[in-house]
Design a protein around this ligand. Structure first.
Ligand SMILES: C[S@@+](CC[C@H](N)C(=O)[O-])C[C@H]1O[C@@H](n2cnc3c(N)ncnc32)[C@H](O)[C@@H]1O
Length: 344
């Protein structure tokens, strides 16, 4: 029996049927009369070891395309054109998608009938609040803004609308000699801190975090209550708070100007300060339009009116402005305020 396998058999029979035909171009060249070209220069034959392999360019066809398109005049290589085309298409598709989603959200938001007081929303969102705001706060660098604000707190401190205690890591607890913001010798640090929030769920999270972060600090109190009716310090014999602090709170209150006015009344009249880090309307009309259009849906879901004019609220409160700063196209506001009648 033959030991030839099927592949070998097949190859042999094919060769028999299709004898090799000389390459057409080679045979043509052989039969063509020699051209009347300049005398060929006789090259010395190289031995195989002398022959160096020619560097091959795998993109030679693209290079010739690029140079031909460059010659045609626009000078942009086809690969770059393709890339630009795909990028433009992707961006325009994404913008179209964003615009359609935005229009849908606006039409839904405009149909909602949302009450002015949405502060009860925090009772249900307390457990997810930190995770919900973490990414946007990081992207906006709010950690540093919180740190800088809390660094100004001294004496008997009241933090209202404290939420889940996002400012806790920045407190300097306990008083010591140091220098104030203007470099003058002063007593710095917090003697006592009172944390207050309307939502019992939020204040419970602050308490739990505080006890882990600052175990053994006795000068602390937690209250579930309304910032608009908070009394003088319970934890100290002083009649006023030296510092009242609030971050991102004015957006959630039904009457923020009245609440601020009340906070002025519990602040020490001479050296006391009210420190605010808030978010609200922008410098730009186009951005304010977006905030306005989506405000009802945002308030209904998150308990926060993000389109408030923080400057107007502060002016309406009657407190004296010591310092005002804005970032993020004007949407982040920082204020240092003091009770109006104080002169120091
Ligand atoms: C947007 S959260 C801000 C929380 C926190 N201050 C922060 O910076 O992450 C607003 C908080 O204000 C609280 N709040 C709303 N109205 C309040 C009021 N009248 N008195 C005290 N807290 C209030 C809410 O319960 C909520 O915890």
């Amino acid at each position: 029996m033959s030991t030839m396998n099927a592949t070998q058999l097949c190859r042999t029979s094919l060769r028999a049927r299709w004898p090799s035909i000389p390459c057409r171009s080679a045979s043509n060249k052989a039969s063509r009369p020699p051209k009347s070209s300049p005398k060929p220069v006789l090259k010395q034959r190289q031995s195989p070891s002398q022959r160096r392999p020619r560097p091959q360019n795998p993109n030679a066809h693209l290079d010739s395309l690029e140079s031909s398109s460059a010659k045609r005049g626009h000078g942009i290589p086809p690969r770059a054109l393709t890339f630009l085309g795909i990028t433009a298409l992707t961006i325009s598709t994404y913008c179209g998608y964003l615009y359609t989603s935005y229009r849908n959200e606006v039409s839904k938001a405009q149909k909602l009938n949302v009450p002015r007081d949405v502060s009860d929303r925090y009772n249900t969102t307390a457990s997810t609040f930190d995770a919900d705001v973490a990414i946007s706060e990081k992207a906006m660098g709010l950690g540093k803004k919180r740190r800088d604000l809390v660094a100004m707190a001294r004496g008997n401190v009241l933090e209202v609308s404290c939420g889940t205690g996002r400012n806790l890591p920045f407190y300097e607890l306990g008083e010591r000699r140091g220098t104030d913001q203007d470099g003058r010798a002063s007593v710095v640090g917090c003697r006592t801190v009172t944390f207050l929030d309307l939502s019992p769920q939020m204040i419970a999270i602050t308490k739990e975090k505080f006890e882990k972060l600052h175990p053994g600090f006795a000068g602390v109190e937690f209250q579930a209550g309304d910032a608009g009716s908070v009394g003088p310090p319970r934890i100290s014999r002083d009649a006023h708070f030296d510092t009242v602090l609030q971050t991102m709170g004015l957006c959630s209150m039904p009457d923020p100007a009245a609440t601020l006015r009340h906070l002025g009344s519990v602040t020490e009249p001479t050296r006391g300060r009210i420190l605010l880090l808030e978010h609200g309307r922008s410098h730009y009309d186009w951005l304010n339009r977006i905030l306005d259009n989506l405000a009802p849906a945002h308030a209904d879901r998150h308990g926060c009116w993000w389109n408030r004019d923080i400057g107007a609220i502060v002016r309406e409160s009657g407190l004296e402005i010591v310092e005002e700063k804005r970032w993020h196209m004007g949407t982040t506001w920082r204020y240092v305020l003091r009770p109006k009648e104080s002169r120091s």
